[in-house]
Design a protein around this ligand. Structure first.
Ligand code: FES
Length: 214
C-alpha cells in the first residue's frame, strides 16, 4: 500500500508527515506543542517556532514519520555516522543511521530513522504500526545468547533485508542497544515473527509457527 505523505508549508521550512509511519511516539507534541497540535486543523503549523528548533524536534521522531525540507538554506537532516538499532521493550526495533531497507517490492528505501515491526502483527510490515500494543507483545529487551557477528570493517551503511517469512537480515556496522547492554557488531538476524525464544535474535521459530511475510 502506498504511503500517504502530507506536506505542511511554512515560511522557511516544509514539514512532511507520513500517516502510515507514525506510531505516536509524541516527541513532536511534547517537544513543540505550538507547532504540533492534534486538536487543531491543520495539526502542523511550521511557523509557530524558530526553524532550527523545529528541525531539532523533527529529528527526534523515531519512526521517521516526520521530515523537513528547509527553504532558508539551513542544514538538511544529517546522515548519522553511527548506526544504532535500539530494541524497545515490548515494542519495535528503532533504527537510526545510514539505513538501506529493502522493501517487499525489491526497492531499497534509504532513511535515517525507521521503526520496524518485531511482534509479527503489523499490517504495514516491515514498519511498525503499533500492533504490538493490541497483540500485548512482551519482551524486556534483555539479551540472553548474543548472536552478532563482530564488526571488522569500520563505517558504512546498514543494509536491512526482511527475509521472506523470516527475520531481518542486517549487515553493516551497528550498535545493538538493549535494556541492559549495547553490543557492537556487523551482522545479525533479528526476529520479526515475535516468537523467538532468544529475542531479539532469530532462533528459527518462524518456521515452526508458519510465519508469513514478504
Ligand atoms: S523471525 Fe522470529 S524466530 Fe526467526
Amino acid at each position: 500500500m502506498a504511503d500517504k505523505l502530507r506536506a505542511y508549508e511554512g515560511k522557511d521550512i516544509t514539514v512532511t508527515y507520513s500517516l502510515r509511519r507514525c506510531i505516536h511516539a509524541a516527541e513532536c507534541v511534547h517537544g513543540l506543542g505550538a507547532v504540533f497540535d492534534p486538536e487543531r486543523r491543520p495539526w502542523v503549523d511550521p511557523d509557530q517556532a524558530p526553524v532550527d528548533e523545529l528541525a531539532d524536534v523533527i529529528l527526534r521522531c523515531p519512526s521517521g514519520a516526520l521530515r523537513f525540507d528547509r527553504k532558508d538554506g539551513g542544514a538538511a537532516e544529517p546522515i548519522p555516522e553511527d548506526n544504532t538499532v535500539t530494541v524497545a521493550a515490548d515494542g519495535p526495533l528503532y533504527l537510526h543511521g545510514n539505513v538501506e531497507l529493502t522493501l517487499p517490492d525489491g526497492s531499497v528505501h534509504q532513511d535515517t530513522r525507521v521503526a520496524l515491526c518485531r511482534c509479527g502483527d503489523s499490517k504495514n510490515k516491515p514498519f511498525c504500526d503499533n500492533s504490538h500494543l493490541k497483540a500485548e507483545f512482551k519482551d524486556a529487551s534483555v539479551f540472553q545468547k548474543v548472536m552478532v557477528k563482530p564488526d571488522t570493517n569500520g563505517g558504512g551503511a546498514l543494509a536491512v533485508k526482511p527475509a521472506r517469512n523470516g527475520p531481518f537480515l542486517i549487515q553493516g556496522p551497528l550498535n545493538l542497544v538493549g535494556a541492559e547492554e549495547t553490543v557492537r557488531g556487523a551482522q545479525a538476524a533479528l526476529c520479526r515473527c515475535g516468537h523467538s525464544n532468544n529475542k531479539p535474535f532469530c532462533d528459527g521459530t518462524h518456521n515452526k509457527i508458519g510465519f508469513e511475510s514478504e
